[in-house]
Design a binder for this molecule. Sequence first.
Ligand SMILES: [Fe+2]
Length: 375
Amino acid sequence: MRRVSLEFVEPGMKVGRTIYNVDGRPLLVSGMVLNENYIQRLRDYGIGSLIIKDDMFEELEEPPDIISEQTRLESVKTVKEVFRNFENKKRIDLKSVQKTVNILIDDVLSNRELLINFSDIRTYDDYIFSHSVQVCVLSIITGLSMGLDQLKLKELGTGALIHDIGKTRLEKELLNKPGQLTPEEFNEIKRHSEHGFEILRANREISLLSAHIAFQHHERWDGKGYPRGLRGEEIHLYSRIVSVADVFDALVADRPYRKAFSTNQAISLMRRMSGTQFEPNILELLMTNIAEFPIGSVVTLSSGEIGVVVDTNKEMPTQPVVRVVFNKRWKPLTTVREIDLIKDNTVHISRILTEEEVSQLFKGVLSVKRTATTS
Ligand SMILES: [Fe+2]
């Protein structure tokens, strides 16, 4: 299993995870072997990457997700309906929101031993709905790590799930504009925080604290955020949690204007903003729940050898189990061994290979393997 950007996807590769659209319809089913037509279809749908399964690691199962596939599909669909419903009837279907938040909390609670391994794969059009669900999940996980009680988790989850509801008041063309925004356009977009606050505050059944998440999720720890430039603990705890979740999920997602960052890149980027954009404690709390080197990552070890991450360690997200498959000169090893980096402290991960490198590395091996099996 590994995530591959569309530019490195080739005919003959096998789909490792089913991709659905926002309505729950499968676009590409796990196990299918790709051909040019399917790859073109992915481009047409606006999908930036997919999870593929290599023959070499056929027996490796996909790591379980913190929330079940069904929960994810239903939640994304609900968010879309809540947004549409609000646009048409000007009211928030709070029951649906709360029901979704409760299910997400239950799923997270029953999978506390898992690390976050991958983000979901989304079409560009459905981005905001899937993003809302994932921001909610990441926020609940952080809240849980802090020991927030059920009531607080619900307030946090509710605000997180609809933190961007204010965007429904913006022009669609502006939201989907592919190029650079003018300063005026950017100011217009920034207003979604205030719009969101007004929308949620108008509903008496929604906790005011949840409404404040919409208002404050773009504030920064150093006071340089918007709309009010609040700093430090002037920003409500829930909003500090959601702002970390919001940025992390945006970084690891494919966008029309750039490829997704790897988890490892996203984590280092965000750590550079620790204490400026983000509250350091909250940032680190979320990080303890994320597999920095997700299963399927190809890494160079300090020994110079190359391996693939085959399992993660919840106690030490930066020290996974690595199956060593290539020697220092990038030649396949005849005997493969696994190193649990928690138990063996003589070696560590030096770096994660880029997609270009992985593609080169695997191309040689897989073509050799294919010729061998066909002859
Ligand atoms: Fe936002």
